[in-house]
Design a protein around this ligand. Structure first.
Ligand code: GAL
Length: 652
């Protein structure tokens, strides 16, 4: 468990670097990420490279024992490159060409841009690939950020047509798969196909889904180009990318297969809570701490994407600049976020940024220091974590398998967004609600791909899976896990048509149920339900299920529509619910699977890492932690303070 920081030596006079490096080490920082936006300083003129400043910066940091994570600078191409090749600029869905003057002003599909990326990354890795202080490489920065994926350029169009030709072989096959006879949308050649941009009414969802798949492949191949160079010239170094929270523009599982040692991600709990589609009461309640499950969700997701290896590359350390409102975080919460990340398996928590920059776009974004170099509240909390880590020692705490797996599927997000059918059905929010219900029952959750091997999990939870992989059915048939599926499961074929046997499609083989009708619900229509002493409502969506032979209906709405059905080890939840009802239903299924659940008070969460058990308290009340008598506390004690953390070892 190590601390890190994001640092921009090019923003500060060189004489300041030495004291910065010394104070980083004193604060307990071990790793420093640099250089990811510095292309104009690395190559101020076409083909003229200037490395002396970067050599110096690396040497200065290394002198203080700091290890470097080097970022490739391809998220911010310099002005001369854009002027030479204006065709690399990104185009938005409405056709607007984005101009130079901020960052991410490039098209991932542009062959010219890809060549320039290979050139600058090649120069960098040949120079620093074997440098002893450079221990890790980050490709680009937050690929897809600022809505730059999907991209609607001429280069994307050409490559999309080729991608389609590879997938379908003949135009007839594409027309049939997409159902293009509808509204005379048939094509005669692949060269007639356009990008799914602006049309008078809905686009064909099959066209949109294939475009999303194609764009996802484009992001992965853009990363792969750099990954191959890094692998070739920086042997033994960790290769990573810094992903974003709640971001589905590309399939991160597929991306990881193109070369990734660590899934790093950027954690901004307060603004993330502000921009998620949560209700106003939740946004208000958690405005200064972030929602108690927002960071945890991404930790658990990225730990899976990194095949067990996860870093927080950028951790919010104070107020930021980019949400509609940017409050000052609650004192203590930077420390809480850090320990929470470690509890969820992070190997590194690296703060954004060392010092607030007084100029340009992010001048209102705080860091560990104010622009005048005084330590911020966040900085003081980091100093405390540094001390606590020293006291904990250097033992390695491996993260173990949880008993619950939650299936996350990027394609499911693309399907739902291409055809929401109800204005407020958002895939990630839907999955998040289920995750939150599980976490509020005191459970550790592993978030895994819908194609993952889930043998060994007691319970597998799929909040929705419109395109149901065959491997899921096969695993249900031969495995011993309990499974819960949510609404819309098995509703679409892989080319985005209604499944021939009707939803839940192939799931009918293991759960005889037929969904004859579905309905989305405006916010004022909330079908009532009572279940195991709880009273609640459906929200947003109901599948109207007809149970087949051997399927039990365990809960019904007041109007008689089935809400929870079960056949053997497989359960189907037919609607979205308010928080309390969803928790009651999920708790029932958890107990059914033989897993012990603890109903936690609001804002309290638990998490296990190796022998360490953590209690993380987001609430403003102190809480007793469920530690057994004789537990040895390594952080805090049996009562966890508001916005505090406790950790203990149960049997030493
Ligand atoms: C991240 C980005 C950083 C910085 C930060 C501000 O999305 O990677 O470069 O902009 O946000 O919160």
């Amino acid at each position: 468990m190590q601390l890190g920081v994001c640092y921009y030596p090019e923003h500060w006079p060189a004489h300041q670097w030495e004291s910065d490096a010394r104070r980083m080490a004193e604060l307990g920082i071990a790793r420093v990420r640099i250089a990811e936006f510095a292309w104009s300083r690395m190559e101020p003129e076409p083909g003229r490279y200037e490395w002396a400043w970067l050599d110096d910066a690396i040497a200065t940091l290394a002198r203080h024992g700091l290890k470097i994570v080097l970022g490739t600078p391809t998220a911010s191409p310099p002005k001369w490159l854009v002027d030479q090749h204006p065709e690399i600029l990104p185009v938005m869905r409405d056709g607007t060409v984005m101009q130079f003057g901020s960052r991410r002003h490039y098209d991932i599909s542009s062959p010219v841009y890809r060549e320039h990326c290979a050139r600058i990354v090649g120069e960098m890795v040949r120079r620093y690939g074997r440098h002893p202080a450079v221990v890790a490489w980050q490709t680009d920065n937050e690929l897809g950020c600022h809505n730059t994926v999907p991209a609607y350029t001429q280069a994307a169009l050409q490559r999309f047509r080729r991608w389609l030709a590879d997938r379908y072989d003949t135009i007839g096959a594409l027309n049939a798969a997409w159902g293009n006879v509808f509204w005379s949308m048939e094509y005669r050649h692949f060269d007639e196909i356009g990008l799914p941009q602006c049309t008078p009414t809905d686009l064909n969802p099959s066209h949109v889904l294939d475009f999303r798949r194609f764009q996802s492949d484009e992001v992965a191949s853009f990363h792969a180009l750099q990954a191959e160079l890094i692998r070739a010239h920086a042997p033994g170094r960790d290769l990573l990318h810094n992903f974003m929270g709640f971001f589905t523009a590309f399939d991160h599982y597929a991306f990881a297969r193109h070369g990734l040692d660590v899934a790093a991600w950027d954690s901004y709990p307060v603004p993330r809570t502000e921009v998620l589609p949560l209700g106003e009461a939740d946004k208000h309640r958690w405005a200064r701490t972030g929602h108690p499950d927002v960071s945890a969700f991404s930790h658990d997701l990225y730990r899976g994407i990194g095949n067990g290896r996860m870093w927080v590359m950028e951790q919010q350390a104070g107020p930021v600049n980019w949400a509609p409102w940017n409050p000052v975080p609650q004192p203590g919460v930077v420390r809480l976020w850090t320990w929470e990340a470690f509890a969820h398996g992070a190997e590194l928590v690296s703060y954004f940024r060392w010092r607030q920059c007084p100029y340009a776009q992010e001048q209102m974004h705080s860091g560990l220091h104010a622009p005048d170099d005084t330590l911020s509240q966040g900085g003081r909390e980091v100093a405390q974590v540094g001390e606590e880590l020293r006291a904990l020692g250097t033992a390695r705490y491996a993260t173990q398998h949880a008993s619950v797996a939650l299936l996350f599927d990027y394609e499911a997000d693309w399907v739902v967004s291409a055809q929401p059918h109800g204005a407020d059905f958002d895939y990630q929010h839907h999955v998040f609600e289920w995750y939150s219900a599980l976490r509020s029952l005191g459970l550790d959750v592993d978030i895994v791909s819908a194609h993952a091997d889930v043998a060994g999990y007691r319970l597998v939870v799929a909040p929705t899976l419109p395109i149901l992989p065959d491997s899921v059915i096969a695993q249900i048939e031969r495995g011993a896990s309990h499974w819960i599926f949510g609404p819309r499961t098995g509703s679409k074929t892989s080319s985005f048509a209604i499944t021939p046997e009707l939803p839940p499609g192939k799931l009918q083989r293991v759960l005889p149920v037929r969904i004859a009708e579905v309905e989305s619900l405006r916010p004022s229509i909330r079908p009532a339900i009572r279940f195991e002493g709880a009273e609640g409502h459906a929200l947003r969506w109901r599948d109207r299920a007809q149970p087949g032979a051997g399927t039990d209906v365990l809960a019904r709405f007041d109007d008689g529509v089935p809400a929870l059905l079960r056949h053997g080890r497989v359960s189907l939840v037919t609607a979205c619910f308010d928080e309390a009802m969803l928790r009651a239903i999920v708790a029932h299924c958890v107990r059914d699977a033989g897993i012990e659940a603890i109903l936690l008070p609001e804002g309290l969460r638990l998490r296990t890492r190796g022998p360490l058990r953590f209690a993380i308290n987001y609430s403003d009340e102190p809480h007793a932690v469920p530690a057994p008598h004789g537990a040895r506390f390594v952080l805090g004690g049996p009562r966890v303070e508001p916005v505090g953390v406790a950790a203990w070892i149960e049997d030493d």
